[in-house]
Design a protein around this ligand. Structure first.
Ligand SMILES: *Cc1c(COP(=O)(O)O)cnc(C)c1O
Ligand SMILES: [Zn+2]
Length: 475
């Protein structure tokens, strides 16, 4: 082992989140919960023993893009997730994403010109932000010598898992567990096309999740669900890229959809560490947006007063709520399938993020989500329904006066438009039957921003008339 490698493996460790436990474990161990108390684990660093990351990280310091680690939008910040020796890093060119202003979407939210920036994570190789986490978790899997990697997901986690296995040559085999429920075809298509072993359990997502945990225990298969703390290390870099693109300016707000709450947790950890390392002067506020049909965080944070409480959150508030949901037979239900989750596994870490970033939570209806999604599309970036919750949530917070018109807001667009074309076509196409079957059952009543196809006879005069009527250039 070279000296550098030795420092890395000694100075990074896994640590239990539970304030009354705080047990530590090596990064060479494969654990998905604290063996002592069962709580979540963090990847932690002994920063004093590591090369000091410099403010220049957020400038365009790393220009040699022929080096895969500098090309990666995750690993060009490797000093800020220093758990892996550089030669063990697994990268497929993730994180080439974009921060783009959109005044059209900004005015929909109610912000002044220049106030809205969209962080478009749909540009990742698998089309969602999940790749940021996968590169880190695959790196850890390689360090511990894992070959079979598994997750339960009907969506973007499995797509990312399949892409990483097929794009690398370290002998990884993807195993994906899905339930028999509805699956967004864009995402299932990716799992199948990229050659993942796709195991369809007769049961729902929760059954699939329970079985994947059994299998990882029994067969020593490496678990890639977001209880894996290494994934969150990679997802921190979404925040670094925003700071980099803003050239040192700090936004007032980061707004992100919340499902299993891994992303929001990672953002909080990113800013906590940047502040500890004295690399920034100010921390933006965080807004985590649930769907109304899966609003656990909104309910627990706003209605029941659940807080981080210096590391001792009253988690019985959550278990009571889950018991109520079960008693009422309530299941998560939203068109935004990526956030259709009632028991977010990273809840406790998200509470820490809300504490660090003076954050808040809201939930928005499927109607608000789809209207926001259409505005995002018209503003130049296509996203899937879950992603548009960030824009709908920012609009809500603006209307409440929590966000003011002159603030700078970054909404994270988590996944690509083509992940779930069914929802998009049902919204726009003007086909009442399709609208009713896909959206009506979810309480969506109108497509206020629909861009309907214009039906014309196969006659040149009719076509010219239609273009004259509907095809005016924008003023
Ligand atoms: C996974 C996912 C989410 C939810 O992220 P969490 O980290 O689970 O809160 C939101 N949007 C998209 C597109 C996703 O794939
Ligand atoms: Zn513990």
């Amino acid at each position: 082992m070279s000296a550098v490698v030795k420092i890395m493996t000694d100075s990074a460790f896994q640590q239990c989140l539970n304030a009354d436990c705080r047990a530590t474990f090596g990064v060479d161990q494969t654990l998905f919960a604290c063996p002592d108390c069962g709580d979540l684990l963090d990847v932690s660093y002994d920063w004093d023993r590591l090369p000091i990351p410099r403010r220049a990280l957020f400038g365009s310091m790393r220009v040699d893009r022929s080096d895969p680690l500098n090309f990666s939008g995750v690993w060009r910040f490797r000093e800020l997730l220093p758990f892996a020796p550089p030669e063990s890093i697994v990268t497929i060119g993730e994180g080439q994403t974009l921060l783009r202003g959109s005044d059209r979407v900004g005015s929909y939210i109610g912000l002044n010109a220049g106030g809205l920036l969209l962080q478009y994570e749909g540009l990742n190789p698998s089309g969602s932000f999940k790749d940021n986490g996968m590169t880190a978790a695959f790196t850890h899997a390689r360090i511990v010598g894992a070959r079979r990697v598994a997750c339960a997901s009907t969506g973007n986690t499995s797509a990312a898992l399949a892409v990483f296995c097929s794009a690398t040559s370290f002998g990884f085999r993807a195993i994906i567990f899905i339930g028999t429920g509805k699956i967004a075809y864009g995402k299932l298509a990716q799992a199948l096309d990229h050659g993942a072993l796709t195991v369809q359990i007769v049961g729902d997502f929760d059954d699939a999740m329970a079985r994947v945990r059994d299998v990882t225990d029994r067969l020593g298969v490496y678990l890639m669900n977001s209880v894996n703390p290494f994934r969150l290390e990679g997802q921190k870099t979404i925040m670094y890229r925003i700071l980099e693109a803003m050239n040192g300016r700090i936004p007032d707000w980061i707004v992100v959809p919340g499902g299993n709450l891994g992303n929001s947790s990672a953002f909080g950890k990113a800013f906590l560490e940047l502040k500890q390392l004295d690399l920034i002067d100010r921390i933006p506020r965080l807004a985590v947006i649930n769907a109304a049909g899966a609003r656990t965080l909104d309910e627990l944070f706003n209605e029941r007063g659940l807080r981080w409480n210096d590391g001792r959150p009253e988690m019985s508030l959550a278990s009571d709520y889950y018991a109520e949901l079960d008693a009422a037979g309530k299941k998560a239900s939203t068109i935004a399938s990526a956030i259709e989750i009632n028991r977010p596994v990273n809840l406790k870490k998200c509470l820490r993020a809300l504490d660090v970033m003076d954050g808040t939570a809201r939930s928005v209806s499927d109607q608000e989500i789809l209207d926001a999604k259409a505005c995002v599309g018209a503003g130049g970036l296509g996203c899937e329904p879950a992603s548009a919750a960030s824009v709908a949530g920012a609009k809500r917070l603006r209307e409440e006066g929590i966000i003011s018109p002159d603030e700078t807001v970054v909404c994270v667009l988590t996944g690509h438009q083509l992940k779930d074309p069914t929802a998009t076509v049902a919204y726009h196409a003007g086909d009442q039957e399709l609208f009713d079957s896909v959206l009506g059952s979810r309480g969506v009543r109108r497509a206020g921003f629909a861009n309907r196809p214009v039906v014309v006879a196969n006659q040149i005069d009719d076509i010219i008339r239609a273009i004259a009527l509907y095809g005016e250039p924008e003023s």
